[in-house]
Design a protein around this ligand. Sequence first.
Ligand code: GDP
Length: 868
Amino acid sequence: MSQQTTIRKLAALVNTPVEKLLEQLSEAGMAFSDPDQVVTSTEKVKLLGFLRRTHGKADKPAEDAVAPKKITLNRTRKQEITVGGGKNRATVDVVVRKKVTLVKPSEATESAGSAAAPVDDEQAEILRKLEESRQRNLSEQQRLAEEDKRRADEAAERKRQADAEAERLRQEAELAAVVPPPGEDAAARKPVGHGHGHPKPAPPRSEERGTGPKHKGNRGSHVMVAGVEDDESTARFAGQLHLSASERARRSSTRGKPKSRRHVEQSRSGAGPHGFERPTAPVVREVAIGEAITVADLAQKLALKGGDVVKALFKMGVMATITQSIDHDTAVLVVEELGHKAVAAESDDAESELLAHAEQVQGDRVARPPVVTIMGHVDHGKTSLLDYIRRTKVASGEAGGITQHIGAYHVETDKGVISFLDTPGHAAFTSMRARGAKLTDIVILVVAADDGVMPQTIEAIQHAKAAKVPLIVAINKVDKSGADPERIKNELLAHDIVAESFGGDTQMVELSAKTGQGVDELLDAISLQAEVLELRAVATGRATGTVIESSLDKGRGPVATVLVQQGLLEKGDYLVCGVQYGRVRALFDETGSQVPAAGPSIPVQVLGLSGVPDAGDDFVVVEDERLAKEVAQQREAKRREMRLVQAAGNRMEDIMAQMGQGEAQQQLNLVIKADVQGSVEALRQALTALSNEQIRINVIVSGVGGITESDANAAATAKATIIGFNVRADASARRVIENSGLDLRYFSIIYDVIDQVKQVASGLLGVEIREEIIGIAEVRDVFRSSKFGAVAGSMVIEGVVKRSKPIRVLRDNTVVFEGELESLRRFKENVDEVRNGTECGIAVKAYNDVQPGDQIECFERIEVQRTL
Ligand code: GDP
């Protein structure tokens, strides 16, 4: 670094040719041969003395020779930084050129150190220049030495600080592992712009950063940034350098290098444009992520702007808006990408609290009534049986014997109470089962004695078997003349349902839902079966159970019929019901009378919920409203997220499905509205089950209540057929339906809906052109006619041969010609058709090769409606 003067330099300085200076030096007794040899200060003084002595010998320096006014030192430092992230990552070379300019010292300073008084002007000038140069060298050397020292000290100090901080952190972390740090402390170390976190060592200064790990993106490009001349410019880059460090650290951190992760946080919490002012605390947030989370919620948890998370997702190739939900895996990735830590959300707090709550329901398990579902083939009398029992057995009290349809009812018999689920049919049973609700203890399989085992009978047997629910067979309509109970028993044998009379274990009761004959026996059989099952439940304490049916009542608000399964449901209880919650305002039984409470296996209508729950939802009574509300809200959020995720998934699946199946598959979109949730579910399942490879049935909207304008609009957008099950369209909906020419159909019987949807779907499926052979004639002889060419004397052996229909000529059952008839004659008379067993003369158009023994097949093309 020191600026030693060589002969060449000195020569330039005193403006004397090198050779001359060498000569003078030699004359002064100093032997120099190389102009690059260094001239020491002593030597310079010696030379000066010589020159003084030999005054007049030295050449006069040029008039204009002046010492340079300034010296500029250039220092160049190269650095490599990485900017951007993901695909946009680029490695940039930053060259920082530092120019140090030394201005000519003042005259006073100059003269202060000058050696001796000048002898004469010329010599004085040389002397002054020499002295000046010496001084300059000296001060520059000193300055540089000082600068080096200062730098070294600074670096050492920084290292010391960083080490101390790291050590402190390590200790703190160790300590924290044992004792959580006091909240105050954490607050005191709170970094600018962040909620909380743990302090980490200061980030390395830009000078030191070059020693850090270098990351080059695969597609990284090197950009030369040159001409940065001052410290300020360098500082301008500090932000980016900083970013690059964070980027590096982020990548390292995702590979699980905690040390590097600090950098990320430093960059986040770095204050001011330089970002290096003081040791700042990094924040690695631990974010609990459930099955799905909205971008907004995630951003909030990370204390970031929603837009930042959207951007990060975008970089990962995920397009999502702030309100959209992302699934667990994507959320974890983006959290890591942003330098934070994702942890799997433990089962929701409120939910586990609820669980603990429910488990508290303890007590003696006592016998409870059986819950019965009636299944069987359509028209075999399920509804009639349910109605008969309800009408005759429900204790109707003072209400005048009027029972209400609330989805279930219970009857009191000599042998105990029995509860019946009031939605006959398999769809309700299976949809409940699909939702994990096991309500039914016993299945009554209704088989009409005059009909026999039918497809839905078999289906019911399968459902009961799958659910491991015992069956009792009700052989119905024994009052009818064609009734043959024994035949039913025999037929059931084929399905492993063996009557007790046949040595099996299935109770079979012959009855008539019309006359009521045998109904009591059926109830006895149920009680007997219940005893065998030893059904028990806790009859006291907070109740839990399942929603059977629900609806929105104009006057009473959301109404849900629930079946209590454990505990005692009482008026005034707080409960969570699916995603709804509330306080039981009133309880009604099937006769419409208010009841104070309902115990196990008893269906009861509940008023006071925040909204309409779904059939199959569970309900739990909780201690206070807070927990009820919390659980309900948490569930709602979860359900909404899942729906969003599913919706996104479905769209994809739809596309895939369509791609896979080409354009052949047609779609039938449906909007289903019904009076009760049970029917909605039943219809949904039954109708979507009609889908096959030719047609797909999509239920785009479904729900409880009348058909509204928004339903109609949804239907119009999707060109959907609207189904109203025991509900009607309001005026505004009707207007939309009319204007859009939508197909609206009202029903009150589920099977009618299924039938009609089949028809609608068939319409969509279009027609198929089928060929039907309508007649065959056998060629007995062939005549030649000048007018028609070959005429086949034939006998119609099957069906009818029509002149206007296309024909084929078959030889040895192989088609040899296809075309049409030129003429069809009978006794020289042209006829339109010839029937079976009749002789005729046939001339085939454009074909003269008909031979005896050939067959002429007459066929027609018919349009056949495709069906499901
Ligand atoms: P579901 O479709 O299984 O619910 O059958 P329904 O209860 O609607 O009954 C279908 C038809 O059978 C109705 O017309 C009933 O009146 C009739 N029905 C039901 N049970 C009996 C019975 O025990 N005897 C006679 N004669 N008719 C019955």
